[in-house]
Design a protein around this ligand. Structure first.
Ligand code: UTP
Length: 297
């Protein structure tokens, strides 16, 4: 297998303004879908893909995120005494091996590219994954695992890609497609947040990446792109011109944009309905809601 990927960066230093006032004191990544915070979904996906080192790029006000991964001996012993073995097992899935997790500070929110660059010393000279926890992907085989398997064949850089409506291109990094092989796409370039009429395609980058240390070198230049931020997309686009492989990967799965309110609500409904312990009661409630709305129209 080429370039085994064992490190992942989780950039979680953004301001999360779309969820104010909640994000004034609660990091966006701690918000829960049913009963698990967004960050837990991201960590589980990374583990399934074989990631062993978890690097969080955090900022002021994110201490709840660091606490979340601490072991909690008091809670564990209380559950043990009460014989609540199921809850104990659930709690243990949040435990991280000592030394597996590292926290780096991004002192100013200068953009996603800058956040990734902050982790450069921990990445050293290895390929690495980047996971944005607010993109939650429901998939039979976790998205990053699909990508790591495909990356073993292609090497180089790889970005998760998905078709979006043409009028939404200005919210995404968009691929300028050279050859479309279905799952794997080669490209001439990438453009960050182009208006619909200038977008080279409607194939958008979603928050999963496998990158090479070369991308860190491009980020060293600290060029400001769309919105005055240091854009990860721009650094990857620079790599495309280098002759080394950069691919888009059309993943199998459903992506929820949990950084937006509508996406977060949709994910809550989908994950609620996917749960054996909630499905019956919840779907009955939703059916009633729809009947009442239809009757009122
Ligand atoms: P977003 O574009 O969703 O920004 O960042 P945000 O600050 O989290 O949320 P809004 O738009 O203000 O509501 C995408 C990802 O990049 C991280 C965020 O934490 C999120 O995971 N990020 C963004 C950083 O770590 N640092 C930054 O400077 C910017």
């Amino acid at each position: 297998m080429k370039n085994r990927v064992t490190k992942a960066i989780f950039p979680v230093a953004g301001l999360g303004t779309r969820f104010l006032p909640a994000t004034k004191s609660v990091p966006k990544e701690i918000m829960t879908l049913v009963d698990r915070p967004l960050i837990q979904y991201a960590i589980d996906e990374a583990r399934a893909a074989g990631i062993k080192e978890f690097i969080f790029v955090t900022s002021r006000g994110k201490s709840a995120l660091e606490d979340y991964f601490d072991h909690s001996p008091e809670l564990e012993s209380a559950l043990r005494k009460k014989g609540k073995t199921d809850l104990l097992a659930t709690l243990k899935t949040t435990n991280m091996e000592s030394g597996a997790i590292a926290y780096i500070r991004q002192h100013r929110a200068l953009g996603l590219g800058h956040a990734v660059w902050c982790a450069r010393r921990l990445i050293a000279n290895e390929p690495f994954a980047v996971i944005l926890p607010d993109d939650v992907i429901a998939a039979e085989k976790p998205c990053l695992q699909q990508m790591v398997e495909a990356h073993a064949e292609t090497g180089g850089c790889m970005v998760a890609a998905m078709e979006v409506p043409q009028d939404k291109t200005s919210s995404y990094g968009i691929l300028d497609v050279r050859e479309d092989h279905g799952t794997i796409v080669s490209m001439n370039g990438m453009v960050e947040k182009p208006p619909a009429e200038e977008a080279p395609s409607n194939l958008a980058v979603i928050g999963r990446y496998i990158l090479t240390p070369k991308v860190m070198q491009h980020l060293n230049k600290m060029d400001r792109g769309a919105g005055g931020e240091v854009q990860l997309t721009d650094a990857i686009a620079t790599e495309i011109g280098s002759g080394r492989p950069v691919h888009g990967y059309r993943f199998r799965g459903q992506r929820f944009d949990c950084g937006s309110k509508a996406g977060f609500l949709q994910a809550t409904v989908a994950f609620g309905l996917a749960r054996d312990d909630l499905r019956d009661e919840f779907s009955q409630y939703l059916d009633e809601l729809v009947s009442v709305r239809n009757a009122a129209q």
